[in-house]
Ligand binder design. Structure first.
Ligand code: GDG
Length: 753
């Protein structure tokens, strides 16, 4: 009964970015990145031509750019020149001018000498200069203005990378109508490191102008949210950050989540299958004297890539006699990068000295230990090298993702070759069948290299097959589609079950153990004025019963309501699992409600009650409401002045006595909890309890985004109604949810026969 986890069409097709009716000179989809995806060429007579530079991002966004009236805003790569917007290869390009001084201060200075080392765990010391910061602001403003000028009303704007972190806020201020996304291609550092930045609050403020902020790894998103909590004190729940927008407790919801980038894997495989490229791969091996093992490193010459560590490990293996230059050659491509930044000049000297020493010590007339190349190569040549290499070494000390690792895997259609991969590269989160290493541990790296060299064919194939599946299923089109799905979602939702959802239901219905987890209000029951009047729509009970009757299926309700209230309105069948208060209260196959509070949390609850009761006792019109894991201070009946006084006192006194409390601000209410729990936590707990291999989750509220965020790639998330979401699918109303539940039951019953 197993079903494949192939991505469905809807996951790989670009999501709708509508409408196509934009005023002249404006676009409904705008990408903003430091560099335009073209290279400038000037012929002798002065004629200008542009050549598309084939990067993953262009490949990913090209179809969308063409189908949705898109434009790309960026620097064309030539200093001190103005260019009019132009079209190249069917894409509208909007050039932003950079002068020599901008390149020196904004690009080489603040971006590459401050942010780059800081965000990569200070592997090199970052410099902090006020002048380069000023240039960063000025250039970000220029990019924001260029994007604002070409964005149609209500357009979707997607800003890329660390050079442009102030752009989302600048854009939002200029154009509140826009939907704004940001993707950070490099890591986001832990707070202890980020906090060094003198302009740490301004950068966060800039980023929080976006609706969705994408990162490579979930750890990066977590670091970002932590920085927001520490520096701004905004409430964060899972992947959701509530950013206050005004005086009266209103806030904007920002999503900070990981969306691991990928490559055009089919494109790489297609190149690798070309006979001329395979012939070139054989030629490369022959030119190197047909070594038993060819090892390969391909990196921009950057201190984050751990090239020196790799060379050291290889050198020691040769010195120890565990590898011999007769058998093993390392080809190292170090493509030129940031050559005017002094740290990079020093790095080049350091690496070339190490290569020279090693070759001097170990190479023979007929065998070179390291074949080192400080060049850029055409992509075809890179693919030939991937095919030629038995072992690929990716030893980054810190790397957002590392596309080279994925390219190697995509090229190996022969299901051979071993990937040695640093656990500090984002790719390590997905490519678990690589040999994972800590590149700082030279002995461990040496052992891993020997293991790769000696790995039997069967194990190589087994690992490569699994790596290839991962890369093929999550290519760059899936990446951009999932980011844009999270970002857009304002379009009207049609009635009924869409085809792509139906496909996903077919797949999930075949799970071994299936968990169906459902929000209640807005999902099974329409929203009503008085919460106690909410009831599930007709047909829901029967659909849930049909699921409960099937073997291997558990049904759970996941609500923000207190459990008692949930039981009252939902009146669930006794085998339905229940979680309330955003996962703090749970009732799992027993009549008792588990509260899950630790003794320290109970003590905090006592202190909290004492403090709030004493404040409320002294200020008329304020009341206290007890919640399972916290208390709320209501000020609706107090005068404005008294209400503010009570809230201020509560914040001050509790800030001193219980600094770890989670504080949520609402209209005339301030809520303090001793436990911050989300529906995402509830889903994780339910998954564990039921042992489910696949989860279906349906919800309509922003708090359900935490649950969607906790889903895995082959789970199904269903959002009800409009609004930005992390769910892969969307339906219009609780009526469709009931249909969907009945459909899952029918499909599963059918498949079981
Ligand atoms: C940043 C993040 C993240 C390299 N030399 C040549 C060449 N390349 C290509 C590779 C690959 C790309 O450049 C390098 O991508 P990486 O991901 O390895 O690293 P960064 O340049 O540091 O990229 C990184 C990435 O953004 C995407 O989000 O993964 O973590 O640092 O595609 O093949 N290509 C050609 N000739 C070369 O000589 N044609």
């Amino acid at each position: 009964m197993t079903t494949s986890a192939e991505p469905t069409r809807s996951q790989i097709e670009p999501p709708p970015v509508e409408p196509a009716h934009a005023p002249a000179g404006t676009y409904t989809f705008v990408v903003v990145s430091n560099r335009l995806p073209v290279d400038y060429e000037e012929a002798e007579g002065g004629a200008v031509t542009w050549r598309t530079s084939p990067g993953g991002l262009v490949t990913a966004l090209e179809p969308l750019m063409r189908s949705s009236h898109g434009a790309w805003v960026g620097w064309p790569g030539v200093a001190d020149r103005d260019f009019e917007p132009f079209e190249n290869d069917g894409i509208s390009l909007v050039p932003v001018r950079l002068d020599e001084a901008d390149i020196e201060n904004y690009y080489e200075g603040f971006s590459n000498d401050t942010l780059w080392p800081l965000y990569h765990d200070v592997i090199a010391p970052p410099s902090f200069h006020r002048e380069t910061w000023e240039a960063y602001i000025a250039v970000n403003r220029r990019f924001a203005a260029a994007a604002a000028a070409v964005a149609a009303p209500g357009a979707t704007v997607w800003v890329h990378d660390y050079q442009l972190q102030l752009v989302p806020r600048m854009l939002r201020e200029a154009r509140p109508d826009l939907v704004i996304g940001f993707f950070n291609h490099i890591p986001f550092p832990p707070y202890g490191i980020y906090a060094q930045l003198p302009w740490r609050k301004q950068i966060l403020h800039g980023l929080l102008g976006a609706d969705v902020i994408g990162f490579q790894r979930s750890a990066d998103a977590g670091n970002f949210s932590q920085a927001v909590r520490r520096l701004y004190g905004y409430p964060t729940r899972g992947v959701v950050i509530d950013v206050p927008t005004g005086e009266n407790g209103e806030s904007r919801r920002v999503i900070a989540k990981h969306f691991p980038i990928s490559i055009d894997s089919a494109g790489y495989e297609e190149l690798a299958r070309r006979p001329d490229i395979q012939a070139r791969a054989r030629q490369i091996r022959a030119d190197l004297g047909n070594p038993k093992t060819l090892m390969l490193g391909v990196d921009r010459l950057d201190y984050t890539k751990g090239i020196g560590h790799r060379i050291k490990a290889f050198g020691e293996l040769l010195a120890d006699g565990r590898l011999s230059v007769e058998d093993v050659t390392l080809v190292q491509v170090a493509s030129p990068s940031r050559e005017r930044v002094s740290t990079y000049m020093a790095l080049r000297d350091e690496i070339e000295l190490a290569v020279g020493r090693l070759n001097g010590d170990f190479s023979t007339i007929s065998h070179t230990a390291i074949s080192y190349h400080h060049h850029s190569y055409p992509r075809e040549e890179m693919v030939a090298m991937y095919l030629a290499a038995d072992v690929m070494l990716v030893t980054a000390l810190r790397d957002g993702m590392n596309l080279v690792a994925k390219e190697y895997v995509a090229a190996r259609f022969d299901v051979d070759g071993v990937l040695v991969l640093s656990e500090f590269a984002g790719a390590a989160d997905e490519l678990k069948q690589a040999i994972l290493i800590n590149p700082h541990d030279i002995d461990g790296t040496k052992d891993a290299i020997v293991r790769a060299v000696e790995m039997p064919k069967r194990e190589r194939s087994r690992r490569m097959r699994s790596l290839r599946r991962k890369v093929a299923e999550n290519d760059v089109a899936v990446w951009s589609a999932s980011f844009l799905r999270a970002l857009t979602g304002g379009a009207a939702v049609p009635a009924g079950i869409p085809d792509d959802l139906d496909l996903a239901l077919h797949s999930i219905a075949g799970a071994k153990n299936l968990l169906i987890a459902l929000d209640f209000d807005g999902t099974l029951a329409p929203h009503v004025d008085h919460p106690e009047d909410a009831r599930a729509i007709a047909g829901t009970r029967e659909a849930v019963q049909a699921l409960l009757d099937l073997p291997g299926v558990r049904v759970a309700l996941v609500s923000g309501r207190a459990l008692v209230s949930l039981q009252h309105v939902a009146q669930p069948q006794s085998s339905v699992l229940l979680t309330g208060s955003h996962g703090i209260e749970v009732q799992l196959d027993t009549p008792e409600i588990e509260l899950n509070l630790l003794s320290t949390e109970l003590e905090q609850l006592d202190t909290l009650a004492r403090v709030l009761e004493s404040i409320s006792g002294g200020i008329a019109g304020t009341t206290i409401e007890r919640k399972p894991a916290g208390l709320a201070l209501h000020t609706r009946l107090a005068t404005e002045e008294d209400g503010q006084k009570a809230e201020r006192q509560a914040r001050e006194q509790l800030g001193d006595q219980l600094p770890a409390l989670t504080v949520r601000e609402g209209k005339n209410v301030l809520e303090f909890s001793v436990r911050s729990s989300t529906k995402g936590d509830a889903v994780t707990k339910l998954r564990q309890y039921t042992g489910a291999d696949r989860v279906f989750y349906a919800g309509d509220d922003v708090t359900d985004e935490d649950a969607f965020g906790a889903l895995r790639d082959d789970d199904v998330g269903l959002k009800i109604g409009q609004g930005a979401t992390l769910a892969g699918y969307r339906v219009r109303s609780p009526h469709e949810v009931t249909q969907v539940l009945a459909r899952i039951a029918a499909l599963r019953a059918g498949q079981a026969q």
